[in-house]
Every structure is written in structure tokens, then in C-alpha cells.
Ligand binder design. Sequence first.
Ligand code: GLU
Length: 481
Amino acid sequence: MSVRVRIAPSPTGNLHIGTARTALFNWLFARAQKGQFIIRIEDTDQERSKPEFTTNILEGLKWLGLDWDEGPFYQSQRIELYQQAIQTLLDRGLAYRAYDTPQELEARRAEQQAKKQAPRYDNRHRHLTPEQIAAFEAEGRPAVVRFKIDDGRTISWNDMVRGNVAWQGSDLGGDMVIARASGQGKIGQPLYNLAVVVDDLDMAITHVIRGEDHIANTAKQILLYEALGNTIPTFAHTPLILNQSGQKLSKRDGVTSISEFQAMGFTAPGLANYMALLGWTPADGEELFSLDEAAQKFSFDRVSKAGSKFDWDKLDWINSQYLHAMAVEELLPRVVPYWREADYAFDLEGDRDWLETLVALIGPSLTRLPDAIDQGRFFFTKTVDYSDDAKAHLQQAGVTEAIAAIATALEAGANLETNDDVQSLIKQVVKDQGVKKGLVMKSLRAALMGDLQGPDLSTSWLILHQRGFDQPRLQAALALT
Ligand code: GLU
């Protein structure tokens, strides 16, 4: 039987990293097993679901590279199917209408709480007589539909992550509501557990891979699978992503949605790589891999039961590895929006060669894409501010002469196109001025960069020279000597 898995996000918020990681595990499993990955949008909650969240979720999955084979299917378009299933359960006596009012339920819950009992429905409308039903109907009381849960039942399954899991029927809170309240014998809005099971059966889902916060739902859903189709998928409950204090990562922890990570300048392959390591370790211990490589190695026996702590340092490290290894042609278009945002003046087409040289220079020192703003700033302006260290160096003996000699050589049209040209010009100055090479290099760095540290001097100079920014900086430095 071919593997069919699904991700079923509710569009009540932007794509959360937890959902994206679950989607990733589904995707990896589908690709590893040569199966199908399906998207289903669980938008039955009309008040909280918003189309812009659906868009954000689909775009986030696409951006991460999690392509799907079927869907997106929308639960809001499948309500009739769920209502039919509910009707079947009613007809077969596996579900019933319950007429308890919200006030009655609330009063009973308060009583249970006062006795320190777990809240549960006491199943009191399971056996209403036809007269009682008629009386409630005549009163015009709306009814929910409840599915019968056998308290004496032990529900167990062999979880691909957690091994054998068992739940007592009595721990599921009594007969469960599968349709919201509706009057006049109608079936109200179908609820999550019912809709999931109808869809998973209809879509022939073989493996349900989702967060461990759904374990109690799984126990309930197994009863519904038995009632509606008698084929039960295999389950894998993936560990939660935790914050630094070991709690489930939530909105309160700041950045949690994929679009925010994207805006912070993480790359899609870097973020996806990091997310795969949140709960999974490949057998070979590799930490850097593409999604396709991960798919070749993925299996649930290497997914941990324990929650995984979100680690910004590790994410930064992985992202930096992707940025450092990225070809200039790929990196430039990713950096350009940040430079535009910073208002740097350049012409993407006319300056392309120059921009590519610059990107090649700074690429190896980027951790996140916006770092390119600071690292690039220096190359887009004619002048530069001088640090105290640079100013102090410019006061040293021999510095004026060295800088002046370079300025003169430039004035005379010295050829400066390659690193070799730079080296021979420096050599010439060392010889003519009788000064140490170290002094010339340091003076040049101070004069051109305004600081004593920075990227490769020779390449930086060439980049500045191409813009004509070296001569004005040499002159400005001379004024400080
Ligand atoms: N809509 C549910 C969620 O977003 C889906 C759970 C499931 O995979 O069944 O958590």
C-alpha cells in the first residue's frame, strides 16, 4: 500500500514553526517512502479562520520547499460529507442528540471542580425516552450530537515515535460532541475530531504524523475510525518544540512564524535543515543536508520522544553555512532587497560585476541576510568615518608618506584591476619609501576602511577603486595625519 500522509493546518494564524516542522516530517516520510504528501486546510472554525492565514501557510510551505502532491483541500467545502457521517452514526445508534444547555453543563462542571474531579460529561442524555426528546424539541432546545465513548474500553496503538500508547475510555471526558448545537433536528457545525476522521478515511491517509499535543485526540479518533471505516492509520506523534525554559514554544516567545524567520534573513534551505534537526538525528550524525538528502535518510526510529529546545545559535550557525556556501549569483538577489531598504545607491544591471565582487567578499561573513547591510555600508559611500584606533594609527611616523605615495601613484593612473596589481603597487611603495610592508598595509587599511579591522584589504580596495572611492578616502586620511 502506498504511503499517503497529510498536513492539516488550521488557518487561525500564520504558519507556526511547530506546524512547519510537522509538515517537514510528513514530507520527509512521504519522500522517503515514495508516497504522497497532501495538504488539507482545516478551516471549519469560521470565526477564527482567515484567508490571509491560508495564504501565509501555503506560501510558507512552498518557500521551505515542501511541495505537495494533492490539495489544498478545504474542510469548509466538505461540510456535507461530515454531516452525512454524523447522520450515519445517529442512524446506527452510535451517536445521539444531547439537549443539555450550556448553563446546565457549566453548573455540572463547577460541581465537579469543587469535588476536585476531572471535568466530564456524565452521558445523561444517552438514553432519553422518545417522550423526553419530544419535550425538549417542543421547548425548542438546540441539541449537540454526541458520539458514545465506552468508558471500559482501553484504546491502544503502536506509535511510530512513542511505541505502545494506551488510553482509558474513561479518561476521554465522556461522550464527545461531534457537532455543535442546532435546533429543529438539524445537524450543527461538525467538529474537529469528526471532520479529521472523515477526511483521513476519504483521502485514504495511511499515516497520521502530528504533534504530541494531539495524543488524546488520537484516542478519540480511533473510536471514530472504527465506527466509520474500520481502517485505522498508523500514528506518529512528534515531540514539541520547546523554549529555553522547557515550555512549548509559543507566540509569547517572540518569533514563531515562518514568515518572521524569512523576514529575519534566514534562508529556506538553512531553516528547513535546522527544523529537521528539531527532533530527528540522521544515523550518520550529519548536521548539514538538503531536504532531498534528508529524505533519503529519514525514518521515525530516529525521531526522539523528548521535546527539542529551540536553539538560536545552532540555527544561526546552520544558516551561516548556507550563506557561506551560496554561489554569488544566488546570494546577490537575496542581499539586494536589504541594500535597497538601506537606501544604498547602485544600479543592479549596470553595476552587476561590481556587486558580485562585493557579495563574494562579504558572503563568507554573513550569518543572516540583513548582516549584509552593515557589511556592505562601507562600500556604498565615498567617505568613511574613522575609528579612534584608525585615527591613532594615522598619527604614526611614516604613515603620511606611505599614503601620499599611494595617492600619487593612483593620480598617475596606476593600473589596479587585480589582487596582483594591488600587491605590486604596495611593493613599489615599500621599496620607494623604505618602510615596512606591515606599516603600508595598516595605513592603507586605516585610510580606506576607517578602521584597523575588516574584510580582505586587497579585494576591498579593488571594490572601492572601481567606484572611485579610494582616492577621496586617501585624501581624507591624509588630512588626519
Ligand atoms: N488542524 C489540526 C492542527 O492544526 C490538525 C491536527 C491533525 O493533524 O490532525 O493542529
